[in-house]
Design a protein around this ligand. Structure first.
Ligand code: FES
Ligand code: FES
Length: 162
């Protein structure tokens, strides 16, 4: 099949790449743009490891073709840190042992980012529901839940003062 050109803005940076129309977005990010922070697990929408933000909303990049999001604004795990400083969610995951092998972590962080935007002051139960779309295979969820809980007030304060 003839390659097509895809234009994307990822973490505020414009990108252009050529790929076959059947190329998955997650593979386009990793292989064409060398943004390998987004992980690939199941490749059929179950595990959530590939979650990124597409035009501000969490989406599984293994269920989208790169051509489908031509012209979109994406945010990936590489865009969380600012000027060498960890995002409050990353800081909280580090402090509260929210990661072990780190395989689910990029998808977990992007999912939590979207979740806390829509629910800035969640209960523990709501956090568990909010991150339930991402499967962690190794730590159990308590550390992750604690981390999201700890990040919530920091993000609320940040939103208030911006
Ligand atoms: S790799 Fe996309 S949901 Fe598992
Ligand atoms: S930290 Fe290993 S899969 Fe979640």
């Amino acid at each position: 099949m003839e390659p097509v050109t895809v234009h994307l803005t990822v973490n505020g940076v414009p990108y252009e790449g050529r790929c076959e129309p059947r190329k998955l977005l997650v593979d386009f990010l990793r292989e064409n743009l060398s943004l390998t922070g987004t992980h690939v697990g199941c490749e059929h929408g179950i595990c959530g490891a590939c979650t990124i933000l597409v035009d501000g909303e969490a989406a599984r990049s293994c269920l989208l073709l790169a051509v489908q999001v031509d012209g979109a604004e994406l945010q990936t795990i590489e865009g969380l840190m600012t000027d060498g400083v960890l995002h409050p969610l990353q800081e909280a995951f580090r402090e509260h042992h929210g990661l072990q092998c780190g395989f689910c972590t990029p998808g977990m962080l992007m999912t939590a980012l979207d979740f806390l935007k829509t629910n800035p002051d969640p209960t523990e139960r709501e956090i568990r529901e909010g991150i339930s779309a991402v499967l962690c295979r190794c730590t159990g969820y308590q550390g992750i839940v604690n981390a999201v809980k700890a990040a919530a007030p920091v993000l609320r304060e940040r939103a208030r003062t911006r």
